[in-house]
Design a protein around this ligand. Structure first.
Ligand code: FE2
Length: 388
């Protein structure tokens, strides 16, 4: 939009830039003007620090014509209401999923599960367009809701981000997301049990795990799901191309690429998520495992795309900097090309009173040295770290 366009919308139409719309490390989705109508910052400008952000909140006005980033509007097949705080959105999605899946489990045909789960899928696509880095941060650090539903939402977010990189169509991605949200519908109670269980599986648990893809497909069909790709991905999400998966022991290209992606995202998220009896695996170890096992399980191309999308230090990684500080990676790329960081502790491990934002490319001292081997508790909530 040009300055002339701005004035053409009428000065009474201009609206103030709101908290939640300006995020540190992310490009502005629109031009921003001051009170007099002069261009303050152009669309695409990356807000680098809290000072710039505060100035925008104090002085910034924008056209009301465009509420969403263009990519979000163009890439989803419905007007999306996603905006504001993505971590709140993820909480809402988790509650919605629990409600829908419990109705599928009770065989309540009134709920239109296909429509409702696909609507959730479009919201997840919009969320990934709105703030992919926050979505990745949640997948690594958000542990405060019921595991089976949280795991499904985060797996769906990972699938969408990698499928976008693979240039899969919106419709194809939607079927994968829907499968990610519903593939464990036949074992949500068991999943919740296993996340607390340090002992090996007993026979009944083992049988239920082996049967859950088939049972899940049957439950979804009975509930009215008719999307064949969605159903096939649910059936195949534990198959591996080396024939060692289940339930059918399929091999090679017989396993759908969409099912391989879901299987990969499912395993990765399970690896990095802690259990009540153990911590989650360090991100770099999980990515290394994917790199080493991938050719056997899902194929090397898909595994490489997965690793490429996340990067070595995906958002949510807790790292140590050259100056000894502990930081959470909050964005894959800041203005200078390196990850953006929220520093949480000094070199002696003492927590800061508030997160200190750094661009890892700005100074040698802020360079990431390694993943933190024993980071301990993060003293801030995700909304605070991501500055929402
Ligand atoms: Fe599963």
């Amino acid at each position: 939009m040009t300055s002339a366009d701005y004035h053409a919308t009428g000065r009474d139409d201009r609206i103030r830039v709101r908290r939640g719309e300006v995020v540190i490390g992310r490009p502005l989705p629109w031009d921003v003007y001051d009170e007099s109508g002069q261009l303050l910052l152009s669309k695409g400008f990356v807000v680098a620090n809290p000072r710039q952000r505060q100035r925008l909140l104090d002085e910034g006005l924008r056209s009301p014509l465009q509420n969403l980033p263009e990519s979000a509007a163009a890439d989803t097949d419905t007007a999306s209401s996603i905006g504001g705080n993505p971590f709140v959105t993820i909480d809402q999605l988790t509650v919605r999923l629990e409600g829908i899946l419990s109705m599928v489990q009770q065989q309540n045909r009134v709920v239109s599960p296909q429509q409702r789960i696909r609507k959730m899928g479009r919201d997840i696509q919009a969320l990934c367009n709105y703030d992919a880095d926050a979505a990745l941060g949640a997948a690594h650090l958000k542990h405060d809701t019921s595991y089976p539903y949280r795991h499904s939402i985060h797996t769906a977010l990972l699938c969408e981000l990698v499928a976008r990189r693979l240039n899969w169509s919106v419709a194809q991605r939607l079927s994968v997301i829907a499968a990610a949200l519903s593939c464990n519908v036949a074992m949500t109670a068991l999943q919740a049990e296993l996340v607390e269980q340090a002992e090996p599986l007993n026979d009944a648990q083992w049988d239920a795990i082996q049967a859950h893809p088939q049972r899940g497909r049957a439950m979804l069909e009975a509930a009215g799901i008719s999307d064949e790709l969605w159903l096939r991905v649910v059936m195949q999400h534990h198959e591996c191309i080396n024939g060692r998966g289940y339930p059918a022991g399929m091999r090679g290209d017989d396993v759908l690429p969409e099912a391989r992606l879901l299987g990969l995202a499912d395993r990765y998220h399970a690896m990095v998520t802690g259990r009540s009896y153990r911590n989650g695996m360090l991100v770099k170890d999980a990515l290394r495992r994917i790199f080493l096992d991938a050719g056997q399980e899902v194929g090397s191309t898909l595994a490489q795309m997965f690793i490429k999308e996340l990067g070595i230090y995906p958002p949510g990684s807790i790292v140590r900097l050259a100056n000894g500080e502990t930081a959470v990676v909050i964005r894959r790329k800041g203005e200078l090309g390196g990850p953006m960081l929220a520093c949480i502790a000094n070199s002696r491990g003492e927590h800061y009173a508030q997160p200190l934002y750094r661009d890892s490319s700005e100074q040698e001292a802020y360079t990431i040295q390694d993943v933190h081997p024993s980071p301990g508790a993060v003293p801030f909530g995700l909304s605070r770290l991501w500055d929402y």
